[in-house]
Design a protein around this ligand. Sequence first.
Ligand SMILES: [Mg+2]
Length: 433
Amino acid sequence: MNSTTPDAIPDDNSGNNSDTTDTDVCSEASTETILVRISGPDHPGITAGLMELLARAGAGLHDVEQVLIRGQLFLSLVITVPPGRDVMKELLLFGWENKVEIDFEVVKDPAVGRVPGLVVTLIGREVSPAEFGAVAQVLAAHDGNIDRIIRLARYPVLAYELLTSGPDLEAMRRDLMKVADTLPCDIAVNREGLGRRAARLVVLDVDSTLIQDEVIELMAEQQGCLDEVATITAKAMEGELDFGQSLLARVKLLEGLDSESLDRTYERIRLTPGARTFVRTLQRLGFRTAIVSGGFTHLVERLAQDLGIDHAYANTLEIVDGRLTGRIVGDIVDRAGKETLLRRIAAEEGIPLDQTVAVGDGANDLDMLNAAGFGIAFNAKPVVQDAVETALNVPFLDAILFVLGVRREDIEAADNEDESFDTSGPLPDASQI
Ligand SMILES: [Mg+2]
């Protein structure tokens, strides 16, 4: 693993890059900056004892990073040591008493700055050494570095977040996206920095994104025209047909269907695995949520109510004397309409567009995905995957949380703490994750 290890060239007042040994460290008469690495079996009291020792010695503390893997502690500190104190000897004794390895290195400066780079998120049912290696090779080819690796999730998918840096981030990002197309795992690439942490609105497509079904097909089944409708749907989603025209053609086929068919359809809707967890966690994080759908208001508004989603927009079916007329009332929510709604909802919420996230799978989502600050193609049609920078192909909607940097453990901890959390509801969540 690469790390944030500062430049290992010793502090050399003469300007020569000569080697400095631990003996030099101890013999130097001025304040020294030391990188201390501690590793070994973890047990309570190591950090407390260590800090007590450093405080007693009058040492300055400039950086601390720690990782715990399978009970093994890896703790790094950057400290400054006052002249005349043999802190190293005390640290070695501390290591011996606590059964941990301790080594030292003189470093240049206590404040080694780090320029924000790219956040690369690897997500998959498995992330193999070959996949990890392919990403690392791209970074190395651009003289980039992995500064930090964080495991965000082990279940239901593996997710790793890599904080990277490099001289040409745009070229690095382009090549990472290229290699992502060739790997079985998903790779999301974001600019590191406040922008990524500032996202406050998530706008979701519904059919084949929030839910597993295409609602119009569930209705067509009841009308006995599924094949005709499914053929038109597929062409529209691939971008071969104008969405608005195809929608009108499909709705026309539903003419005469009784209005109770909408209730029957709702009962058959299957949420995408992880959908409830995703929406619930977004709410806890303070996000505003919206669904914009090329489907129908009767179902989409009910779905929003069940899940606690803040905004819902869809097409309104005309119903006369308890039967569908085969027409739509008002404006059609098509490809352009979805983008307009994204902009309108963001404006209503007072949230800048670059702090929005849009998620969708179809060609009619493309404008919305590209207009949002962060567009995510979720198990999307090839035409959408090719046009959007981030594509997720694991079948769990809450995997999007990992792209936003949320850890699985935090999601579960929040669920466990919230005793009022209601798991009941009319819609099954296939995974209940
Ligand atoms: Mg869709």
